[in-house]
Design a protein around this ligand. Structure first.
Ligand code: ATR
Length: 309
């Protein structure tokens, strides 16, 4: 094995430093901002546990700089794959040579495999967010199958939730959003690429809290907790005791929605399970190995605990 020395990897104007040998494989996460992503800690722990000579590096890439970054993603031989996160998940799609069904359904990619058996290399896109959500909910025994699901939000995160709702076979779908017209547009766009069974569905405003009355699963997909930590998009006053509340957001403290769910004695979870399962699926795609799930969970828990103190 070649000696591990300080090295530099550039993608467009973004740069990362690492210690590695000539044959060390590199994986990247592209986003903006990216400094607080938990993926590097989680994926690096997984590589280490599987004795892979690989590094996972964060790259801060503003939207307008994505095209030149993608050029280097294709040409940089050390790079074997990347994750794509906010705000680039939709912007990256036109650069793909191939895309999986969930990327088509959501119009968003979060995992890219780089096939270097051809010249130029081929960028193969996957969306593991929807499957990550399904797996995180299954783990909490809050399965989408047969559920009456309320999705709150109409942006990229909500698209992944709607894809999961369709793929996992919910009985009914209700999309609530500040701007109901955006919810209708988003739902129509996803359904246009879906050929499977379509559950009964409706779109409404955030004030339609009575739609929570007989719902069994609530998926919070707005960006409100990022901007206003003490604000909640919907009130749980009409929720039945059987409602499971899932907030895609995760952090060092529970969101206002999850705090209300706790006060009302409702089952609940934040987005860290989805983070781990989407990452585990990406690891499987890149390496063909079974991801060390327990260790990935622990690395995320430890990192969040470290940031709390
Ligand atoms: P992402 O891709 O992360 O989902 P996005 O596409 O910007 O982000 O979508 C943000 C979502 O949060 C939208 O559903 C947005 O509602 P609108 O469609 O009405 O814009 C919702 N959102 C953001 N800030 C909000 C606020 N202060 N109150 C209510 N909804 C908010």
């Amino acid at each position: 094995m070649s000696s591990h020395v300080p090295r530099e990897l550039r993608l467009g104007t973004a740069v990362a430093h690492y210690r590695g040998g000539h044959s060390t494989a590199a994986y990247a996460i592209l986003g903006h901002p990216i400094a607080h992503s938990l993926s590097p800690t989680m994926q690096q722990a997984a590589f280490r546990a599987c004795h892979l000579d690989a590094v996972y590096l964060p790259f801060d890439v503003p939207r307008e700089l994505l095209p030149e970054c993608v050029k280097d993603v294709r040409d940089e031989a050390r790079l074997r794959g990347c994750n794509v996160t906010v705000p680039l998940k939709e912007d990256f799609v036109p650069h793909l040579d191939e895309q999986d069904a969930t990327t088509r359904l959501t119009g968003a990619v979060n995992t890219v495999r780089i096939d270097r058996t051809t010249t130029p290399a081929r960028l193969v896109g996957y969306n593991t967010d929807a499957a990550g959500l399904v797996a995180a909910l299954d783990e909490k025994e809050a399965s989408i199958r047969g559920a009456t699901v309320v999705v709150v939000g109409a942006g990229g995160a909500a698209r992944a939730a709607v894809a999961a709702v369709l793929q996992a076979g919910a009985a009914e779908l209700r999309v609530l959003n500040r701007t109901p017209a955006k919810a209708r547009q988003m739902l129509a766009a996803v359904l246009q690429n879906w050929s499977g069974p379509v559950p009964r569905h409706v779109c409404a405003s955030l004030s339609a809290g009575d739609l929570l009355r007989d719902a069994t699963l609530l998926l919070q997909c707005t960006s409100i907790p990022f901007h206003e930590p003490d604000a909640s998009p919907v009130s749980l006053q009409h929720a039945s005791s059987g409602l499971f509340v899932f907030d895609m957001v995760y952090g060092t403290r529970p969101t206002a929605l999850l705090r209300e769910a706790r006060q009302r004695g409702l089952r609940r979870a934040d987005g860290r399970g989805m983070l781990v399962h989407q990452g585990a699926a990406a690891f499987r795609i890149w390496t063909g190995l079974e991801p060390p799930l327990g260790l990935m969970v622990r690395s995320v828990e430890n990192e969040l605990a470290r940031r709390t103190h």
